[in-house]
Design a protein around this ligand. Structure first.
Ligand SMILES: [Zn+2]
Length: 530
């Protein structure tokens, strides 16, 4: 029987937002299972899971929770000898309650193991109380900031501005918090920017015009960049609208602002439509402006060669751009692929992922299924490695005891040698296991942290899609894409993982070509060295 009788304690609150942060029921359970597995690996027979206690939709402000109460009873009758939970806040949000729980479990010789805050009563008690006090101090701060953000939200709902600098053309009203008054000099510049963009129909040209007139002369326009112009053209504050959670499309709300607009609604909407139209038009023009947006990223799937940008004239003397092998494909693969269509395909993919939450979900689900499959394979590998380690250990022990009994030098030497060999194999086994475990950990984290994945991609994707073709877009694509691979029947695109420092995990999409359509877009995640 295992040394410890383990209980998992899981609590999920009702609040949707809190749920995202603390992880769902399933997430918490997975994390705990992984930890239990790890500890049992480190010292076999460490603990056995007896029961998982779940309080769902219940706050941690007191101990009046059904599953929690049952857990306490089970500890009392000696059914449970260690409680594992992901964070201290799952167990309790009040210091007073926690100290009670602490006292109680000690009385019944039960351990508390908290994963995140490193509180573990099975290890020496060094600094434990300090740590606990620190954690509760953190709760206090968190609660305060939560209250602050609720406050800020309520204020935005009333159309008031939050902190930060006022947009160009406005000043903060000193006597009333959250109100703007129009700053005439800046407002003139803002109106000019809209006018310039509508007449020039290009951000770049508008920028040049505005620069000559205003740069350094108006507050907020010290430096006029394309980004600045763009952000002004898209800021609804100028038509008296307060946007809440502007950066998170899923949560964005619009309310009437407490300040006056600077631009009339008609002008603003015209600019909005023109921006959209230009974005569309740029897609078609891409190759003329910048023929090889994906240079350095295109790879031949068959031979692994990095493809180069090349151009050729057709019989009617039209220039065509390609990504092509230096000579011909050594593995008899396809030699070249039209640059234009490839760009269109990749940009469409990115647009598809960034703009369509449902699409991303679908891709992610496929990706997760693939990860899950990989996890299964690795888990099998892991257990067979454990098995092997056990056999090796037993073998070594047997030989060591044989060595003690052996008298003859020659035999002794042979046995010694065989032990050295086995030790080497055991070391190799341990190393492999470490690698497999790390891989497993990465993959498991990827499954758990799905919200993070989406958020980490959304911003850079949007920013890439909004930039005009050129060096800038090329760089942004390089930051996003791990590679684009030309296969014989399809093209695959892989996005870099969220954490580029660790082993890179990539989202992966492919489509058949040369008909280059989105029909069989799929996505998976994999790990590879950076
Ligand atoms: Zn090739």
């Amino acid at each position: 029987m295992a040394e410890k009788m383990i209980a998992f304690y899981i609590r999920v609150s009702t609040d949707r937002q809190a749920k995202v942060q603390e992880g769902s029921l399933k997430n918490q359970k997975q994390i705990l299972l992984a930890e239990l597995g790890k500890r049992n690996l480190q010292s076999p027979g460490w603990g056995e899971l007896i029961e998982t206690y779940v309080d769902e939709g219940i706050s941690g402000k007191d101990t009046n929770r059904p599953a929690f109460q049952k857990l306490m009873k089970d500890i009392e009758i000696g059914r449970i000898s260690a409680v594992m939970f992901t964070e201290l806040s799952r167990l309790s949000r009040s210091l007073k309650d926690f100290l009670h729980i602490f006292e109680f479990v000690q009385k019944f010789d039960c351990d508390l193991i908290c994963l995140k805050t490193d509180i573990d009563t099975t290890s020496p008690y060094k600094n434990l109380i300090t740590k606990i006090l620190m954690v509760f101090g953190e709760f206090e701060r968190e609660m305060t900031s939560e209250r602050t953000s609720i406050n800020a939200y309520e204020r935005s709902r009333r159309g008031l501005a939050n902190g930060g600098t006022a947009p160009v053309g406005y000043r903060r009203e000193k006597s009333r918090k959250g109100y703007f008054v129009i700053d005439e000099a800046g407002a003139g510049a803002v109106r000019d920017i809209f006018r310039a963009y509508l007449s020039e129909e290009s951000i770049k040209k508008a920028m040049e015009k505005i620069r000559r007139k205003y740069e350094g002369r108006v507050s907020g326009l010290k430096k006029i960049t394309r980004g600045k112009i763009y952000s002004i053209l898209t800021n609804k504050a100028y038509i008296g609208i307060r946007e809440i959670y502007k950066k998170d499309e899923a949560k964005t709300e619009e309310v009437k602002a407490v300040w006056e607009g600077i631009v009339d609604e008609k002008t603003f909407r015209k600019a909005e439509a023109l921006l959209e139209k230009n974005r569309e038009r740029l897609r078609g023009r891409r190759s003329e402006n910048y023929p090889y947006l994906l240079s350095g990223l295109m790879i031949c799937e068959k031979c692994g060669e990095r493809l180069q940008g090349k151009s050729a004239y057709s019989s009617i003397h039209k220039k065509h751009y390609y990504y092509s092998h230096k000579n011909t494909c050594k593995e008899n693969g396809i030699n070249r692929i039209p640059a234009d269509e490839t760009h269109g395909l990749v940009l469409d993919w990115l647009k598809d992922i960034s703009g369509n939450g449902a699409r991303f979900e679908e891709l992610k689900a496929q990706g997760k299924a693939r990860i899950a499959a990989q996890i299964k394979v690795l888990e099998r590998e892991c257990s067979s490695l454990i098995c092997e380690a056990k056999t090796l250990t037993a073998d070594i022990e047997a030989r060591v005891s044989k060595l003690v009994k052996t008298k003859g030098t020659a035999i002794k030497k042979a046995v010694e040698e065989s032990i050295t060999n086995l030790e080497a194999r055991k070391a190799g086994n341990a190393e492999k296991r470490l690698y497999v475990e790390n891989e497993l950990k990465t993959l498991r984290e990827m499954i758990v942290n799905e919200k993070g994945i989406f958020e980490a991609y959304r911003k850079p994707l949007k920013s890439a899609l909004q930039s005009e073709p050129g060096k800038d877009l090329q760089n942004k694509l390089r930051d996003l894409l791990a590679f684009v691979r030309m296969g014989e029947k399809d093209i695959k695109m892989a996005l870099y993982g969220v954490n580029r420092k660790g082993p890179v995990s990539v989202l992966y999409a492919s489509a058949p070509w040369p008909r280059l359509e989105l029909g069989t877009l799929w996505l998976t995640a994999r790990c590879s060295a950076d």
